[in-house]
Design a protein around this ligand. Structure first.
Ligand SMILES: [Fe+2]
Ligand SMILES: [Fe+2]
Ligand SMILES: [Fe+2]
Length: 284
């Protein structure tokens, strides 16, 4: 595939993500149930990150970022919440179809990794929108039959949450102190995603009837890119080990999703490190 074609694809994806954001924000304005709008907003923020990554990739490949949208991919639906959520499930399905198809023709490893990562997110979004649909169609109070969480699982989730908190502060520190704009950008992305993980794990603990442990972690300063790569590898190991101990399928799904993010974090750092070595511009 020619570079120009790849840039076209990245710009198409940027526009597709843009369309999803517009669709979801419309729903946030139309729906009055705050629990539902909070969920939709959370997903819209992730689409914003996808949009940024696709546009950045287009620029990295030598293209020019265009912030178009695709009008026919903005399907607001309504007026019922049920119809709007169905449109969102469909949007996520379509995104998965489109990105999965692209995997066949794309050769660029960095773009492949990005697509794989985004596909994981869209699958998760589809699941979340479907869950919201179930929730409203069954009346809100229905709770799934879940086994009582045992202390071991609670401690395990708390430990993962604290790790996310620690690494988030560390990335923020690197963001403030690095002079390299590209490194700053990666550090901020990873800080935000660690915050998302922390939030999701905290919500899980709340659902188990527990209070998340938000005590101050040991602060680390001046962590090198190499060390962050090791940190991300360590995080993957922690998540994989945890998945083995957990029985709740929803929690397993969450941990797997976070784990796929950690893989992508590592990849972003490795890619940056390699680029840095190639141009040998010194420490970030
Ligand atoms: Fe997306
Ligand atoms: Fe999505
Ligand atoms: Fe991470």
């Amino acid at each position: 595939m020619k570079k120009a074609e790849l840039i076209e694809i990245m710009l198409y994806n940027t526009a597709l993500e843009h369309s999803a954001i517009v669709q979801y924000l419309h729903h946030v304005f139309l729906i009055r149930d705050e629990e539902i709008t909070a969920e939709i907003e959370k997903i819209a923020r992730q689409e914003m990150r996808h949009m940024k990554w696709f546009a950045q990739k287009a620029v990295q490949l030598g293209g020019i970022a265009k912030l178009n949208r695709i009008e026919e991919e903005i399907n607001i639906g309504g007026p019922t919440m049920d119809d709007m959520l169905k449109k969102n499930v469909r949007a996520e399905e379509k995104a998965v179809e489109i990105y999965t198809k692209q995997l066949d023709s794309v050769k660029d490893d960095s773009v492949l990794k990005l697509l794989e990562r985004v596909i994981k997110d869209e699958e998760q979004h589809k699941h979340e929108f479907s869950e919201l649909l179930d929730k409203i169609s069954q009346g809100k109070e229905i709770r799934e039959e879940r086994e009582k969480p045992n202390k071991e699982i609670v401690n395990l989730v708390n430990k993962l949450l604290k790790e996310e908190y620690r690494i988030l502060l560390s990335y923020l520190h690197s963001f403030f102190h690095s002079k390299d704009w590209e490194y700053k950008d990666i550090a901020m992305d990873l800080a935000i995603e660690s915050m998302v993980h922390m939030g999701e794990l905290g919500e899980k603990l709340r659902d188990m009837g527990e209070i998340p442990d938000l005590s101050m972690p040991q602060l680390e300063e001046g962590v090198s890119v190499e060390d962050y790569i090791l940190e991300e590898e360590g995080a993957q190991k922690d998540y994989l080990k945890s998945i083995e101990k957990v029985k709740d399928p929803e929690l397993i799904k969450l941990l797997e999703w976070i784990n796929s993010h950690e893989q992508y974090h590592r990849h972003r750092l490795v890619e940056f490190l390699n680029r840095m070595k190639r141009f040998s511009v010194g420490k970030p």
